[in-house]
Write a protein that binds this ligand. Structure first.
Ligand SMILES: [Zn+2]
Length: 380
């Protein structure tokens, strides 16, 4: 048995009073983060040292007691994580959080108590009633995962957040999965690109969706409007709001599509091979769409990774030290002129076979995965 972490995101429908308390919680979480960030500017201690200061801080500021006490601690841990990350990557300075950020959030951990042979948990998910119970907030209506009847894991934490005026709860669960004996029956190579989103070594193509392109166009247009709108004007505020909503729609549409693709690929194959995304994959393109493609590719590979794990499949991420699109999959000859991205089809100088750019690349990626797999067998 192996333990894995799994996330679920539900839309939440808090009532007026619950909304007020959630907003207060966002504010408190921000306050704690900023308070200790300010303190750490002189000298950084660690999360545990800061947590020791919480009792005296709440004594001085009674309003800190109005919200779920756990979030005071998680805010400190978030600061600690951000600080460690910044130190490791040696870049930027930590910024204070403000209430104008597009995403407001706080996190609370599931605290489990045993009392008189009964177990009490601070976070409770009821899939029959479709509600979630959170500390201080009591029951909130939720929507999402219509076919999900039960969960097998233990809730570790919940992040409550708001995006474009909608509330969500993201649950982190620890689940146990069975790892079966692995004998691959089907192997697939995956090539990601701009022309087509995904091309598999079987020749299956997942196109960039029209719906998504439509949203992208709309965002471009709105951004143009925004640049012309007067700062502080009502119009500017309206455009900004529209922009946030369109971004949200784009994000959801893309996510839904990527989930469909990753599910299909992982269900149909036992071994999945992708390239590690590096600079070579990043193509000169208009700023906006490039960022979106990068995000899609990364998200797709992330989904393939964890879904492979759930279903006991194998995933290889191969290094892109060799140019998968320039090598002929029939004979191994390298055709350098194929570097030019506008060449979609080429015939090999050496073996005269016709190669389609993306399909050829995905087949080469698959071969690399097979090589890795054979190497592993020889080692073990
Ligand atoms: Zn060839």
């Amino acid at each position: 048995m192996e333990k894995i972490l799994r996330g679920y995101i539900f839309r939440m429908y808090p009532n007026k009073n619950q909304q007020i308390l959630i907003e207060k919680s966002f504010g408190t979480s921000r306050y704690i983060y900023n308070y200790f960030l300010e303190k750490s500017k002189e000298y950084y201690m660690n999360a545990y040292e800061y947590i020791k200061e919480l009792p005296s801080l709440t004594k001085e500021n009674n309003w800190l007691k109005e919200v779920d006490g756990c979030l005071l601690r998680t805010s400190i841990f978030d600061l600690d994580n951000a600080y460690q990350k910044q130190r490791k990557e040696r870049k930027g300075i930590l910024k204070f959080k403000n209430k104008y950020q597009s995403r407001q959030s706080y996190r609370t951990n599931n605290i489990i108590n045993h009392y008189k042979e009964k177990t009490y948990e601070s976070i409770k998910l009821d899939l029959e009633k479709r509600t979630i119970t959170l500390p201080k907030l009591k029951e909130i209506k939720i929507k999402g995962y219509r076919n999900l009847k039960r969960i097998n894991g233990r809730i570790i934490s919940a992040t409550i957040y708001k995006e474009a005026d909608k509330y969500y709860v993201s649950l982190c669960l620890e689940e146990e999965v069975i790892t079966p004996l692995f004998i691959p029956a089907s192997i697939v190579g995956i090539d990601v690109g701009i022309k087509e989103l995904v091309v598999t070594s079987e020749g299956k193509i997942y196109k960039n969706q029209k719906q998504i392109k439509k949203y992208e166009e709309k965002i471009k247009g709105l951004n143009r409007w925004l640049s012309r709108a007067k700062v502080g004007s009502k119009n500017r505020y309206k455009i900004k709001k529209k922009l946030a909503r369109t971004y949200q729609k784009l994000k959801n549409a893309r996510k839904y599509y990527l989930h469909r693709i990753s599910k299909e690929i992982v269900e149909e194959h036992d071994m999945i091979v992708t390239e590690k995304l590096t600079i070579t994959n990043m193509v000169k393109n208009k700023q906006l769409s490039k960022a979106i493609y990068d995000a899609s590719w990364n998200e797709l590979i992330r989904q393939l990774e964890y879904k492979s794990k759930w279903l006991g499949k194998k995933l290889y991420k191969i290094e892109t030290y060799y140019p998968s699109s320039q090598i002929c999959n029939h004979c191994g000859y390298q055709e350098k002129k194929v570097k030019d991205l506008s060449i979609r089809k080429w015939s090999c100088h050496n073996c005269k076979n016709e190669n389609e750019r993306d399909l050829n690349a995905s087949i080469n990626i698959m071969y690399e995965g097979v090589k890795r797999y054979i190497e592993e067998l020889q080692v073990s």
